[in-house]
Design a protein around this ligand. Structure first.
Ligand code: ATP
Ligand code: MG
Length: 234
């Protein structure tokens, strides 16, 4: 636990694998939103998608390698330690209990934000954290219905609003647009390709050594990885 009092960011995901789209976005968010730190939170059992391709241990090791040397980026292992599905509402509840009134920012790529209404107890999330939405190539941020209302009612262009309250503000943050996705990396490696420069080199080494994304002839594996192309984390 860090001793600061400024906003803490949370970026949840499957990180199967972590890539430069996650990492560059995380770093720019720290700067642009005035965060003290940003925690990457790998999901154990993501509720809305197939089981991750790489094991929890491998995904965790990739994350630790990826953030080594950048103290403002941390890895939070709590969802991997908790049994059952990894619900964000539970994670934020636990963090809120630890952080007291310290501002907490839940970071969501535009694709994740648009999928929010499918998440477990999603209406409770703005009561627990600010929502910081980042644009992502391939997704137009055009929410409808309740999500549009949430955005209209809580949106603030003023970054200091995040530090003034513990939760409840919605901010859309511009970041460098990197069209990198973990599913494309898995497909690339399965097809015999090399993910160099899409992921940090120590992560690439682990991917190549472990052969965790190599093509498989097992039809259950093929079915499983096809299923997870469309998921959100919950
Ligand atoms: P997959 O293709 O397996 O879904 P992914 O690349 O989308 O993987 P996730 O672990 O699903 O990675 O994403 C975690 C979070 O990071 C989500 O909120 C997602 O929107 C965001 N994110 C992932 N890639 C990028 C990117 N290139 N730019 C901005 N945000 C991203
Ligand atoms: Mg995704």
């Amino acid at each position: 636990m860090s001793a600061g009092s400024g906003p803490v960011g949370i970026l949840g995901g499957t990180f199967d694998p972590v890539h430069h789209g996650h990492l560059r976005t995380a770093l720019e968010l720290i700067e642009a939103c005035g965060l003290d730190e940003l925690r990457l939170v790998p999901a154990g059992l993501p509720p809305h998608r197939g089981r991750p391709r790489a094991s929890a241990e491998l995904r965790l090791e990739m994350l630790h390698r990826a953030v080594a040397g950048e103290p403002r980026l941390r890895v939070d292992e709590r969802e991997l330690r908790r049994p059952g599905p990894s619900y964000t509402v539970d994670t934020l509840g636990a963090l809120r209990a630890e952080l007291g009134l310290r501002p907490l920012c839940l970071v969501l790529g535009a694709d994740a934000f648009l999928g929010l209404p499918a998440w477990h107890r999603w209406r409770e999330l703005p009561g627990l954290a600010h929502l910081v939405v980042v644009q992502r190539p391939g997704t137009v941020l055009a929410p409808e219905g309740e999500l549009a209302a949430l955005m209209a009612g809580r949106r603030s262009a003023d970054r200091s609003a995040l530090a003034r309250a513990s939760a409840g503000v919605l901010r859309v943050q511009a970041v460098t647009q990197l069209d990198i996705s973990a599913s494309a990396i898995r497909a690339l490696v399965a097809g015999g390709g090399d993910p160099r420069y899409l992921v940090p080199e120590p992560v690439r080494e682990l991917i190549m050594e472990s052969r965790c994304y190599q093509a498989t002839d097992d039809p259950r594996e093929v079915q499983r990885s096809a299923k997870q192309e469309t998921g959100i984390t919950g």
